[in-house]
Design a protein around this ligand. Structure first.
Ligand code: BYC
Length: 472
């Protein structure tokens, strides 16, 4: 179905045929806009931004570029096309037709997953609220705003499901999604990483590389859900997610590029003296964002995850492409855990290890990106290698919680940890330094802050010096 833009809420779900639902969502819409004004990008409401907006969910229509005043962005409800023959691919319900409505016994489980997913979307917008003030270029400013409006739309996607399928409980959850706030001591966001700050652009790029990538893996697992409207929502969200990770990966690449250029040009490692970000500091930010994002996968051995799978509400990454029985009742999976002060491998029932298995898929994906970063360093002739720390490093959730693990995977005493922590994680001084580079936004087309290289190409075939944002 094409997207109907004549409606107050653009949608491809035939919203006008359900007056009650339409009215409920039209009531939520001004509250969303109030939240956007109060908690979304600071001071950006009069800007015209070169944004992509979906005009249909197919390959030709999902990325339509034009100038948009951000509060007038048309947040809407878009589900990927329906496959009328779709069957549940795994678990006890394998082979049954996908559900078009919520099975009664799965109501609270599904609601919880949808709320958790929905909660991360506005959280990230809140975390990025002030970044526009220090954008290193118009190109970067536009990318930030693109990500922000799309995270807003991803919130809409989950709110639609709550309103359409969960009655009064769903409506209350939709309200609460606007009432919790990132880092709020009384009403924080649900998952740890979404209460951290994103105070500078290095953090932003690391966040979009590492934490948005968790989004990719979680959305892909939910795209396998037996609850078809959730699966279809997530499938369309995934098409937008790719750009967010691109912004993160290329953002870090461009900082590396600039740093390496300065190191070569001035024959020094001390690029701080030259107003750039040194590679060891970047490594520390990487360590922080990687470990915080690993926590987002939950416990290594999780009965929740086993239940989600067995019931058919959340699958594995690319479930249908995996060659096994899709029941997992007779298989095991090796996880790492701590026993008697040592890291050991331990086989657990495969069903319980689904969080860990998804985390493993994620780690391999991250490693491919780090390899690409290292290629830039190598090509520049600089002797330095970025590394993902061990999965147990600085964890707050799961088997490694409370243990002190070095980036190369050694169990440490508290004294050894304390002696090295400042080498491995950003110190206050590092953060003050990185923040000090975040000058006022660079607003001349084609100009870039000193500490970052221009991108290899612009957005939608436009040059790097295109006027991506007009300030009016
Ligand atoms: N922080 O059995 P476990 C994105 C809780 S990002 C705090 O392992 P489960 C995006 C857990 O809730 C993707 N609490 O849990 C990115 C549970 O609580 P209860 C977001 C945590 O359920 C960038 C308890 O610990 N989507 O889209 O198997 C920008 C036991 O744990 C955390 C989703 O996450 C944590 N990190 O796994 C914008 C998908 N981890 O039951 C957007 C939906 C665990 O004891 N969520 N806990 O009260 C899920 O699938 C699951 O809830 C989780 C947790 C994978 C997160």
């Amino acid at each position: 179905m094409a997207i109907d833009y004549s409606q107050l809420i653009p949608n491809n779900v035939d919203l006008s045929s359900d007056r009650r639902l339409q009215r409920a969502l039209e009531n939520w819409q001004p509250r969303f806009l109030d939240w956007w004004k109060g908690m979304g990008p600071d001071g950006a409401s009069s800007f015209d931004v070169y944004l992509r907006t979906a005009i249909s969910v197919d390959a030709n229509g999902w990325a339509n570029f034009d100038y948009v005043k951000m509060p007038e962005y048309r947040w809407g409800i878009f589900l990927a096309g329906q496959d009328p023959d779709r069957q549940i691919a795994y678990g006890d319900n394998k082979g049954k037709p996908a559900w078009q409505d919520v099975p009664g016994e799965l109501r609270s489980t599904l609601r919880r997953l949808i709320v958790t997913q929905g909660d991360t979307e506005p959280a990230s917008v809140e975390q990025q609220r002030l970044l526009g003030k220090t954008a290193p270029s118009l190109y970067d400013l536009r990318n930030l705003f693109q990500i922000n409006v799309e995270e807003g739309r991803h919130l809409w996607a989950m709110v639609y499901l709550l309103h359409a399928y969960f009655g009064r409980d769903g409506r209350e959850e939709a309200e609460a999604l606007l009432e919790r706030h990132s880092g709020d001591p009384d009403k924080p966001r649900i998952l740890g990483a979404f209460n951290e700050q994103t105070p500078d652009w290095l953090s932003f790029f690391m966040f979009t590389f590492f934490t948005d990538r968790d989004g990719k893996y979680q959305l892909a697992s939910l795209a396998e859900s037996g609850f078809d409207p959730l699966a279809r929502s997530c499938r369309f969200m995934l098409t937008e997610e790719a750009h967010h990770m691109f912004v993160g990966e290329t953002g870090v690449s461009r900082i590396i590029q600039r740093t390496c250029e300065l190191m070569k040009e001035h024959k020094t490692d001390d690029v701080r003296a030259l107003g750039a970000i040194d590679l060891p500091t970047m490594q520390k930010y990487l360590n922080f964002h990687f470990s915080v994002s690993l926590d987002l996968f939950g416990q290594e051995a999780s009965t929740n995850a086993a239940n989600y799978y067995t019931m058919g509400v959340k699958g594995r990454f690319l479930e249908t492409r995996i060659d096994d029985d899709h029941l997992l009742t007779n298989s095991s999976y090796e996880i790492e855990t701590i026993e008697d002060g040592r890291i050991v491998k331990k086989a657990v029932p495969a069903l319980q290890a689904l969080n860990e298995r998804l985390r493993q898929d994620y780690i391999e994906d991250c490693a491919r990106g780090v390899l690409r970063w290292n290629k830039i360093i190598e090509k520049a002739g600089v002797n330095f290698e970025m590394k993902l720390p061990h999965r147990g490093f600085d964890r707050r959730i799961g088997a490694f919680t409370g243990a002190r693990i070095s980036p190369d995977g050694k169990v440490l005493s508290e004294v050894e940890w304390k002696a090295n922590e400042a080498k491995w994680l950003p110190t206050d001084e590092d953060r003050v330094y990185v923040t000090s580079l975040m000058g006022p936004a660079v607003v001349q087309p084609g100009k870039f802050a000193h500490w970052i290289s221009p991108p290899a190409r612009g957005i939608n075939g436009q040059p790097a010096d295109f006027e991506y944002v007009r300030f009016n």
